[in-house]
Design a protein around this ligand. Structure first.
Ligand SMILES: Cc1cc2nc3c(=O)[nH]c(=O)nc-3n(C[C@H](O)[C@H](O)[C@H](O)COP(=O)(O)OP(=O)(O)OC[C@H]3O[C@@H](n4cnc5c(N)ncnc54)[C@H](O)[C@@H]3O)c2cc1C
Length: 264
């Protein structure tokens, strides 16, 4: 058994191409000044795409482009505060972030996949993957004796697994036969077996799931995962997550709640 802890690594995100945004602005009739101002003051990450997409609704790239619009929110911080507090959540769906979530139990992945909307999941398949070692996170709240007892139980499961594995002539089998047997013998491995997945979610979903899964009533392991996701989002997308407030919880994790409520 190898002791591990859940780790989240951001591996991808939506980006925009400023040149292409410039072409769109020209097509919709925005002035050169408005175009260079927008492109000069915005980045290339998902926040820019969200604002750009949102502004097409009223053609609010500059006052007067739509004759009904005489004033616009110039500062992206004001723009985002307004759309999030109004609950214009649909434009947040334009941008997504991909995370590698490593060393999490099947308990956490089972909870994670309950969040269906705006997500994509690719999880290590234990029908195909025969774990060469049992990676396992032991919850910090266990005392030393309880930890020892848990380690013993995991070692016993691993021993039983290795004994079963040793009875199978893997080298003589087709991939399909290996898959069937790998799938059959995994059933004796513990629920806490650490696994890996890639999880992608759009920003509307992320705001919702961060709040849900860092709530004090959520399980500690998924809170550890969403603490890391919240920190990444607050660091990398300040307009979208600047209203999240962290509260320290007794077990060392934090709960994150938005000050501005968006409808989901
Ligand atoms: C602390 C905590 C404890 C939990 N305990 C349990 C438990 O004991 N047992 C259990 O089974 N589950 C439990 N859950 C899981 C929970 O019931 C939800 O399945 C999970 O949080 C996903 O929520 P969601 O439906 O909002 O997510 P998503 O599927 O991502 O949906 C997001 C939102 O989209 C809308 N939506 C999605 N699908 C539909 C639809 N078909 N029709 C209409 N609107 C839709 C809803 O507004 C929904 O809130 C728990 C969750 C948490 C956070």
């Amino acid at each position: 058994m190898k002791n591990v802890r859940p780790i989240v690594i951001k591996i991808g995100e939506t980006v925009v191409h400023p040149e292409a945004l410039g072409r769109v602005l020209a097509e919709v009739g925005a002035s050169e000044t408005a175009s260079s101002k927008f492109l000069g003051t915005h980045g290339t990450d998902g926040q820019t795409l969200i604002e750009f997409a949102g502004r097409i609704c009223y053609e609010s790239y500059e006052p007067g482009l739509n004759p009904n619009v005489t004033r616009i929110r110039e500062d992206p911080a004001d723009y985002f505060r307004n759309i999030v507090s109004r609950g214009d959540g649909s434009i947040l769906e334009h941008s997504a972030v991909s995370f590698a979530i490593c060393h999490v139990s099947r308990i956490t992945t089972h909870e994670l996949v309950r969040h269906r909307v705006g997500t994509a999941v690719s999880q290590e398949s234990l029908r195909y993957v025969r774990p060469p070692e049992i990676r396992f996170w032991i919850p910090d709240e266990l005392n030393p004796e309880q930890r020892k007892a848990m380690e013993k139980a995991v070692a016993a499961a691993e021993k039983a697994y290795r004994e079963l594995e040793a009875q199978v002539p893997w080298e003589k089998m087709t991939m399909d036969q290996k898959k069937r047997l790998t799938s059959a013998i995994r059933r004796i491995l513990p629920d806490g077996l650490a696994t890996n997945l890639i999880w992608t979610a759009n920003h509307r979903t992320l705001r919702w799931v961060i709040e849900m899964r860092t709530d004090p009533s959520a399980e500690v392991e998924i809170r550890m995962v969403f603490n890391q996701i919240a920190e990444i989002c607050i660091r990398d997308y300040p307009y979208l997550y600047g209203d999240f407030v962290a509260t320290d919880l007794p077990d060392g994790t934090k709960s994150y709640r938005p000050k501005l409520r968006s409808k989901v």
